[in-house]
Design a protein around this ligand. Structure first.
Ligand code: ADP
Length: 190
């Protein structure tokens, strides 16, 4: 199995690009944000716990998302691999992922990082808010906190995966098609 990590700040276009990548490379897309929003919509206990944290622009506890990821790995077969979107988001999650995969003698294949500048993060999120109506896209304060959380907790993963020789970065500024073709140029190598 191949394990690709789609990395980048909120609003970088991970979800948009993921849909064409899963089709082209026969991958199963796992978006922890989407899985959490499903739990919220279903009104589950986990969803209730996650909602206030997501609405504040904070991260949900590592154990919650790690459990979600492991159960997806176990339940999905007949694909060439997985595309992780929004996970890992902390160094602890990255270490947990390595341990999870090591159990079956596997490892992360590559990180595909889509980078955009901070000013563009807000612009993209504002645009998405008008289309998707996500609660965490609506408030300026929540968006600011998500950007801060990204820099504080998630950005250190760039160094983590660079050290592991798995980090690949592409410029996320451009049209959807332009970014897609850069991603494909990279993914074709693995
Ligand atoms: P975005 O790409 O805009 O950051 P996501 O849909 O990936 O949005 O995530 C939405 C929210 O869900 C995050 O702000 C966070 O609160 C929560 N979340 C998603 N993935 C994780 C994760 N791996 N660890 C902790 N919290 C997460």
């Amino acid at each position: 199995m191949k394990y690709f990590i789609l990395f980048g700040p909120p609003g970088a276009g991970k979800g948009t690009q993921a849909s064409s990548m899963v089709e082209k490379y026969n991958l199963h897309h796992i978006s922890t944000g989407e899985l959490l929003r499903k739990e919220i919509a279903a009104g589950s206990e986990l969803g209730l716990k996650a909602k206030s944290l997501i609405d504040a622009g904070s991260l949900v506890p590592d154990e919650i998302v790690e459990g979600m990821i492991e159960s997806e790995f176990r339940s999905v077969k007949n694909v060439a691999g997985f595309l992780l979107d929004g996970f890992p988001r902390t160094t602890a999650q990255a270490e947990a992922l390595d341990k999870m995969l090591a159990k079956t003698g596997e490892e992360v294949t590559a990180v595909v990082s889509i980078m955009i500048p901070d000013e563009m993060i807000k612009e993209r999120i504002r645009h998405r808010a008008s289309i998707e109506g996500r609660a965490d896209d609506a408030k300026e304060e929540t968006i600011n906190n998500r950007i801060k959380t990204y820099h504080d907790k998630t950005e250190p993963l760039v160094g983590f995966y660079r050290n592991a020789g798995k980090y690949n970065e592409i410029d996320g500024v451009g049209t959807i098609d332009e970014v897609r073709s850069k991603i494909c140029g990279l993914m074709d190598k693995f």
